[in-house]
Design a protein around this ligand. Structure first.
Ligand code: FBP
Length: 553
């Protein structure tokens, strides 16, 4: 029985990720340095913070007639860490890194820090051997070594990380993470260099959210698999809705602040309403205007006897509705770890007490906005912040709030409109799935790039691949200085260097494409049912890439 259910898993373990030709023989490559870099903003301040790693050049891995073999004489000892939320393909970054290190020198060693960056601080790790990694190739999750959200920032944490790197005689650390985790990688790279530590730090762009990108990083890994999993579920629900004709499904999709996942899933499935947080913010839409817009669609559809449909809501919506954005940033300040208000709030165990306490502290607009919210949302807004100071939007059930406001609005318009709504949240379901071929291939190459950059002694870089929408043979492999992705942002009331999140641009080709069709999708039943991820068969299907890559800016 067990063997039957593991059949696909066993086959996936044997899948050989497709590699760009240049990586098929890593002894015949060279690193070419191209453009100088600066920062996305606040360059002068960042130059002072990153004295040793600011302004490095972009580099590209190219084929070379001369052998790179001399560089492989000394074995390397490298540490790897997963940081933040799961994203499909993580194990392939490690297998790509492992295989490339061993190809360079069979005595090279890879260790995996346990349970995220705290593993570096506490120096807890395991050695990654061939026998071990062979059990995780092409499989989802981060369970080989675990992940965590610890932020390495205090003097004590930095010092302990340095001691660990020195004690283990590490040549490098690979940080597999999103924007906040790669900011941490940049800080660690600078700190090591400043303290004459030989350990280099290289980042790898991970996050299902798709918000870690720029001119060189076209996409973070995990986005493709997550969107394919969610789109399969959305398509299934759409077909169910069309069959039963009795429910509106309000589906919230993970993705934190950015609506990239919602937009990609929308283009894959053609739902009736899709809220794009960035557009809502730009047009300064209030909750009541958003509610009205959804109610308009429902009313229109009711006239055609269509009392069912699909509404997609990005996870971070609430942070983008101007009235709530201000409230959330006020709450973030008040509830930052260690703040007096946060310490006091922790003393209450009941939600009602917490709400009462915070109402006594909030003033003016903030107070009236907080009071306008249903109790469960008030409670969710008061949950702990993550170590980077972000409100945990994954726990805020905006889909339920919208069902209530839309119901209320419809009852004011016409009591005869049939409105039965169900709520869904798709998040964790999409983060640890068996990676699509795209993510499996992409991640394996990213792991190879990390090994090459470390072998070259580079530090403070993030691995990148250009031309992702084309076949693997067209991919361009690069290293991008982490500081070039940074600017200063106010966190916990102080300006801090951070990698800027890439949000949806409403003037992009992708958004325009969506705009062109959304009115049609609203009234007609134009649903698409993408089905499940395919691993075997027609390459057009198995190796498909995200629509967001095909129609890029
Ligand atoms: P990263 O930014 O670390 O990649 O995490 C992404 C994410 O999945 C978000 O989409 C979501 O809001 C958050 O993690 C949930 O966090 P947690 O796993 O701590 O509940």
């Amino acid at each position: 029985m067990e063997n039957l259910s593991k059949k696909l898993q066993s086959k996936r373990l044997k899948y050989s990720p497709k590699l760009p030709e240049i990586l098929s023989d890593i002894s015949n490559i060279k690193i070419v340095f191209t453009k100088d870099t600066t920062a996305l903003g606040d360059a002068n301040e960042l130059k002072k913070i990153f004295k040793n790693t600011f302004g490095q050049k972009i580099c590209e891995i190219k084929k070379s007639a001369n052998s790179f073999k001399n560089n492989f004489k000394n074995p390397l000892k490298i540490g790897v860490v997963f940081s933040g939320g799961q994203a499909s393909g993580g194990h392939n970054v490690i297998s790509g890194l492992f295989d490339a290190l061993k190809k360079m020198n069979k005595n090279s060693k890879l260790i995996g820090f346990l349970n995220g960056p705290e593993g570096i601080v506490n120096c807890s790790f395991i050695e990654i051997t061939k026998e071990l990694i062979d059990q995780y190739r092409n499989l989802g999750g981060f369970d080989l070594i675990g992940s965590g959200r610890t932020k390495i920032e205090t003097a004590d944490q930095l010092e302990k990380s340095l001691k660990c790197a020195q004690k283990q005689k590490l040549d490098g650390i690979v940080v597999i993470g999103g924007d906040d985790s790669n900011t941490n990688a940049a800080i660690l790279a600078e700190y090591f260099k400043e303290n004459n530590c030989n350990t280099k730090v290289i980042g790898v762009p991970k996050t299902i959210d798709g918000d870690l990108k720029n001119e060189y990083i076209e996409l973070s890994f995990g986005f493709d698999t997550a969107c394919k999993v969610y789109s399969e579920l959305i398509g299934n629900i759409a077909r169910d809705a069309l069959s039963a004709k009795k429910y509106y499904h309000f589906i919230r999709l993970m993705g934190r602040s950015a609506s990239h996942i919602a937009l990609e899933c929308a283009l894959k499935t053609h739902p009736n309403v899709v809220l794009i947080a960035e557009e809502i913010f730009e047009k300064k839409k209030t909750l009541s205007q958003i509610t009205s817009k959804i109610a308009d669609v429902i009313e229109k559809r009711a006239k055609n006897s269509k009392n069912y449909g699909i509404i997609l809501i990005p996870e971070g919506l609430i942070e983008f509705i101007p009235e709530f954005k201000n409230l959330i940033s006020e709450l973030n300040k008040l509830l930052a770890i260690g703040e007096k208000t946060e310490v006091e709030l922790q003393k209450f165990s009941l939600a009602d007490e917490k709400i009462k306490y915070i109402k006594n502290i909030l003033r003016g607009e903030h107070l009236s906005c907080f009071e306008s919210l249903p109790k469960d949302i008030q409670e969710q807004l008061l949950l702990d912040r993550d170590p980077h100071g972000n409100v945990k939007v994954s726990q805020i059930e905006t889909e339920k709030m919208l069902i209530k406001t839309v119901k209320n609005e419809l009852s004011k318009r016409d009591s005869k409109i049939k409105f039965n709504a169900l709520n869904h949240f798709f998040g964790y379901e999409g983060r640890a799935g068996m990676p699509s071929n795209f993510d499996a291939n992409y991640c394996y190459s990213l792991g190879n790039i990390a090994a090459i950059l470390l072998n070259q002694g580079l530090t403070g870089y993030i691995c990148a691949i250009k031309n992702l929408k084309n076949g693997v043979s067209d991919w361009r492999l690069m290293g991008v200085p982490l500081t070039s992705l940074m600017n200063l942002e106010v966190r916990h009331g102080k300006p801090k260097p951070v990698i800027q999140k890439a949000l949806i641009k409403t003037d992009s080709k992708l958004f325009k494409q969506f705009e062109k069709f959304r009115e049609i999708w609203a009234v007609e039943d134009n649903f698409v049912y993408p089905g499940s991820i395919q691993y075997f068969g027609d390459e057009d299907i198995t190796d498909s890439v995200p629509i967001s890559l095909i129609i890029s800016s």
